[in-house]
Ligand binder design. Structure first.
Ligand code: XUL
Ligand code: CO
Length: 439
């Protein structure tokens, strides 16, 4: 086991059960425990987000870094990248997490020009591959950072500037190569700069056409490589751009359908992006899942009182329970997983806080999984829901839904009946049932 940067944690975090008082132990996440027909590890497929966990510095809009990270101290940028990669795999091993995710520019420094940046990336992919082989840890997804560099300030794949659009395309080509080399099971597109600040300088239709070409070229390239990885789009309504094109699940799915890209993508739903879109996490999961398009999850949470992407670690058992109900109902996430796109707070400046944060997130989802599985087994909600829709199983309901009845038939039937009698929606009763399972 790598033991260089987190020396105070001398063994992988153990499972000790819910009565344990050890803050460096799991209370619910027991990786080999069978839940239904899979182990907890197989259900949950946790992943560490390299950018937050390894690179997070505690800096915010009002102040600079507040953390000291030993792996970020080397003055040579490539040495710093190598130390950071080592710290990443040490952390993954000690947390007992099987997957990681990265942006190209997270793992390798930008060079003086594009070609140099590609060379640095290739070298760092080699370093990561060596650690993956040694540890058995795998890549959930890779992606390209198309938002940090100032050239992308007016868009990347949708930029009005052809040279910028070409650079974004080339960057994605190299990021797909890197993800393939590392056996990535998915590749993510998050368009933080794809959108507009104001319509007075924007040709929205042209930008949509550019996005379509950009995505289509990536699909063609993946097919040419024969690379069997799932492409995912991660919706977000705003931040950094005022209006982002992939605003939420429904908007993104509509865009894909309209532009002939539907079969090539699924969605990566992020909890805090859902709340920024004015919905709930479970709403976005449910919309994606109903379309057969829920591919992966960025597991985090926002803050009720703050209107931005706070990227906090998930701790709310209600939220993780609802999420796991939807995930279990669709038979799991397939090649996707639960990626902690989350960061410790500015005041949590000790590297051990990274362990507490991930332990908390993993336990919150493990507990959510246990509650969801039990509720599904007991048909705690589904019995009621099935009953609520049962008037469509026969009679006029069945005739409408099967397409047998015309409007005239329905009109005739309604005229011959008394007024409809409504059954109670029983929201409060169901809330009490959920509470009884969570406690
Ligand atoms: C930004 C965000 C990104 C994506 C990957 O809000 O969630 O980190 O997950 O680019
Ligand atoms: Co994300």
């Amino acid at each position: 086991m790598i033991n260089r940067f987190f020396k105070n944690i001398d063994k992988p975090i153990p499972y000790e059960g819910k009565d344990s008082k050890n803050p460096l132990a799991f209370k619910y996440y027991d990786r080999n425990k069978k839940v239904g027909n899979k182990t907890m590890a197989e259900h949950l497929r946790f992943s560490v987000a390299f950018w937050h966990t390894m690179l997070g510095s505690g800096a915010d809009m009002f102040g600079g870094p507040s953390f000291t990270r030993e792996w970020r101290t080397a003055s040579d940028p490539m040495q710093r990248a190598k130390d950071t990669m080592e710290a990443n795999f040490e952390f993954l091993q000690k947390c007992g997490i099987d997957y990681w995710c990265f942006h190209d520019r997270d793992i390798a420094p930008e060079g003086a020009n594009f070609a140099e940046s590609c060379k640095n990336l290739e070298e760092m992919v080699g370093v990561a591959k060596k650690y993956q082989n040694e540890t058995g840890i795998k890549l959930l997804w890779g992606t390209a950072n198309l938002f940090g560099n100032a050239i992308y300030s007016q868009g990347a794949g949708s930029s009005p500037n052809a040279h910028v659009m070409a650079t974004a395309i080339a960057q994605v080509k190299n990021a797909i190569d890197a993800t393939k080399e590392l056996g990535g099971e998915n590749y993510v597109f998050w368009g933080g700069r794809e959108g507009y600040e104001t319509l007075i300088n924007t040709d929205l239709k042209k930008e949509m056409e550019k996005m379509t070409r950009f995505f289509q070229m990536a699909v063609d390239y993946k097919n040419k490589l024969g690379y069997k990885c799932q492409f995912l789009i991660e919706p977000k309504p705003c931040e950094p751009t005022k209006h982002q094109y992939d605003s939420d699940a429904a908007t993104t799915l509509y865009f894909l359908k309209e532009h002939g890209l539907y079969d090539h993508f699924k969605l990566n739903i992020e909890a805090n992006h859902a709340t920024l879109a004015g919905s709930t996490f479970e709403h976005e999961l449910a919309v994606a899942s109903a379309a057969g398009k829920l591919g992966s999850v960025d597991a985090n949470r926002g803050d009720l009182l703050l209107g931005w992407d706070t990227d906090q670690f998930p701790t709310d058992i209600y939220s993780t329970t609802f999420a796991m109900m939807i995930i279990l109902d669709q038979g799991g996430l397939g090649t996707g997983g639960l990626n902690f796109d989350a960061k410790v707070r500015r005041a949590s400046n000790d590297p051990t806080d990274l362990f507490y944060a991930h332990i908390g997130g993993m336990d919150a989802f493990a507990k959510g999984l246990l509650v969801a599985q039990k509720m599904i087994e007991d048909k705690a909600l589904s019995k009621f829901i099935d009953e609520r829709y049962s008037s469509h199983n026969s009679g006029i309901g069945q005739q409408i839904m099967s397409g047998k009845a015309t409007m005239e038939d329905v009109d005739k039937w309604v005229r011959g009946e008394k007024n409809p009698v409504l059954q109670s929606g029983r929201q409060e009763m169901l809330e009490n049932i959920i509470n009884s399972y969570i406690s």
